[in-house]
Design a binder for this molecule. Structure first.
Ligand SMILES: CC(C)(COP(=O)(O)OP(=O)(O)OC[C@H]1O[C@@H](n2cnc3c(N)ncnc32)[C@H](O)[C@@H]1OP(=O)(O)O)[C@@H](O)C(=O)NCCC(=O)NCCS
Length: 174
């Protein structure tokens, strides 16, 4: 269900991400909409863009940022970061978001990263619930702000193969 994005899916994921972020942030997103649509730009800088598909349709996506770079917001040298996690509202609550984050955990571990970090906004309550269930911890000392000043809350997950192997089995997509 979760795999690397294909070129013909760039536009589909871009439109999905813009629609979901507009809804959760109650904003037209301004220039951030173009960033969300630009899967090619993220891939060109070494990020991995993953999609969840269902019956030939893209129903979710996430960007795995392997370390510091233009798409990293909070990451330190030996960490990886998750960005732009979205699931189509019609497909939410079935474990797809969890599967996308688990795929990033697996990649971070395979790369020997110390931890996986992410920034989320206070209004993204479903995402925060998901992160906590997977073992992420809130790291207020690493909080930041997005351009424009809105708060970006940091969560991180220490990557340890033994504990992660047990944790990623906690929920399967339905
Ligand atoms: C976050 C998101 C990707 C989760 O996708 P999903 O496929 O529904 O995720 P899952 O089905 O794996 O898990 C959903 C979790 O959110 C919880 N949830 C859903 N709505 C919620 C709400 N209003 N308040 C609190 N938790 C909520 C569910 O209870 C579930 O947690 P649980 O399994 O511990 O009960 C999806 O809600 C989304 O696209 N949100 C908007 C974009 C966003 O906020 N992205 C995060 C960027 S940091």
């Amino acid at each position: 269900m979760v795999r690397s994005i294909r070129p013909e899916e760039h536009a589909e994921l871009g439109e999905l991400a813009v629609r979901v972020y507009r809804q959760v942030l109650a904003s037209d997103l301004e220039t951030y909409a173009e960033v969300l649509r630009d899967a090619e730009g993220r891939l060109a800088t070494g990020c991995e863009v993953l999609v969840a598909h269902d019956d030939g349709r893209v129903v979710g996506g996430v960007t795995y940022v392997p370390g510091p770079g233009p798409y990293a917001q909070l990451v330190d040298d030996d960490e990886a970061e998750i960005r732009m996690l979205v699931v189509d509202p019609a497909s939410q609550g079935r474990g797809i978001g969890t599967a996308l984050v688990q795929a990033c955990i697996v990649r971070g571990e395979a790369a020997g990263k110390r931890s996986l970090v992410l920034g989320t906004m206070p209004v993204m309550v479903a995402a925060q619930q998901l992160y906590l269930r997977l073992g992420f911890v809130r790291r207020p000392e690493r909080d930041s702000h997005i351009p424009g000043g809105a708060p970006l809350w940091c969560y991180s997950l220490p990557l340890d193969r033994a504990t992660t192997n047990s944790r990623v089995g906690t929920r399967s997509p339905t």
